[in-house]
Design a protein around this ligand. Structure first.
Ligand code: LMR
Length: 393
């Protein structure tokens, strides 16, 4: 059965993570995979997460199945976090949330669900987008088309190009948008642009599908969700994939959620029953632990404010690093876009050959596309990284 199979190359992000781990140099620097690091270069467990785990260990009384939708308490907490607790859509029962194995699980289950709705569904994705979007969505059988998103010269959003391409979309097509902290470019839509895209999607009958993987790491929890909330307030139907990997630091616990917004409460209930059947036939039920941590934190005033303080600290640190990085690179050119962009990532705009040189000669790791994880920097590393980059430019 397996004899005819050829070995496949690894996903580039995971391959880079492995190459970095295998590099014996003590002074290597990881600006590759999107994982937050503190000033000492560690990815710590948040104190609020530690405390929630301690309570869970004491209080948990069963490991019995959670069911395909996961925990109702977690799902409600995510609806509140993403949409805002006082959102009329929640009151009107137009929203359902199911707990998923990470943001990836949410993206894939959304894709399977959308394919079930229409077997010939096309989803429009930004160019560039996160590398795993294509296999996650395409693997479910969705046709993929791309809309230009980034002007490679200015490294800013090519909004005219984006809108021009989406004018070509047909009614019923799906538009994948990054809720905030665009991965890989860090270039986000302004609120005015969110409004214009919403108008276009309404006029053309397109379904918005928002991937919210970095809420709280751009400008804060509510500010980062403002575009998404605007879309939700205007459209009849919407899909949202969200992740707790980054904002709760729960990466390996695989904690995410998939939200459906229906035109009416009845439509939402019918759609959710279909989604639950899709989930049952894929992984049956999500893992419980990460979601239990999130539910514990968001359900307790003290823990919630502790978590929010820690998250704000991460967000401020990234903003500080963005400004410091742009300043450190200034002698080599205008890198001011790094300070203006948001979230973990920015493109440096250097060639793959220079990326290779940085990796091999200086032990500095970034994706071949020159995407850097700004959160992997710190004030001590900054001069060395900036000097190396300046020397290869
Ligand atoms: C990234 O973009 O580096 C992260 O989202 C991690 C991943 O799984 O690719």
């Amino acid at each position: 059965m397996f004899e005819g199979l050829k070995p496949l190359p690894q996903d580039p992000i995971l391959q880079l993570m492995q190459t970095f781990r295998d590099d014996p140099r003590d002074d290597k620097i990881d600006l590759g995979i999107g994982v937050y690091k503190d000033d000492s270069g560690n990815t710590p467990i948040m104190a609020a997460v530690h405390e929630a785990e301690r309570r869970l260990l004491e209080q948990e009384v069963t490991k019995s199945y959670v069911g395909p939708a996961g925990s109702a308490g977690f799902n409600q907490a995510i609806a509140d976090l993403v949409l805002g607790a006082d959102n009329a859509l929640i009151r009107d029962q137009r929203v359902s949330v199911v707990q998923t194995p990470g943001g990836c699980g949410a993206l894939r289950m959304a894709a399977e669900f959308l394919r079930l709705c229409h077997s010939d569904t096309t989803v429009w994705v930004s160019t560039p987008t996160w590398g795993n979007h294509l296999p996650l969505l395409g693997g479910a059988g969705l046709a993929i088309r791309e809309y230009p998103y980034l002007d490679r010269q200015t490294l800013q959003v090519d909004f005219d190009g984006m809108m021009g391409a989406l004018e070509q979309a047909s009614a019923g097509d799906v538009v994948l948008l990054h809720g905030c902290c665009h991965n890989p470019s860090g270039a986000d839509l302004t609120f005015d642009q969110w409004q214009q895209v919403t108008d276009l999607m309404l006029r053309k009958g397109l379904l918005p599908f928002v991937d919210m993987a970095y809420q709280g790491l751009g400008d804060g929890l509510d500010a980062d969700a403002a575009g998404l909330r605007h879309v939700a307030s205007r459209v009849p139907e919407m899909v949202v994939a969200s992740s707790c990997s980054k904002n709760f630091g729960l990466y390996r616990e695989r904690t995410g959620a998939l939200m459906l917004i229906g035109e009416t409460a009845d439509a939402q209930k019918a759609a959710t029953s279909q989604l639950l059947s899709v989930i049952r036939s894929h992984y049956s039920m999500p893992p419980a632990h990460g979601a239990a941590i999130v539910e514990t934190i968001l359900g307790d005033e003290g823990l919630r404010s502790q978590w929010q303080g820690e998250l704000n600290g991460m967000c401020e640190r990234i903003l500080h690093l963005r400004h410091a990085f742009a300043t450190a690179l200034a002698p080599a050119g205008d890198f001011g876009f790094i300070a203006r962009q948001r979230g973990m990532f920015s493109f440096l705009g250097v060639a793959p050959e220079q990326v290779r040189q940085l990796r091999e000669e200086f032990g500095i790791y970034m994706l071949d596309s020159s995407r850097v994880n700004v959160a992997g920097l710190n004030d001590q590393l900054m001069p060395r990284v900036a000097e190396a980059i300046r020397s290869v430019l």
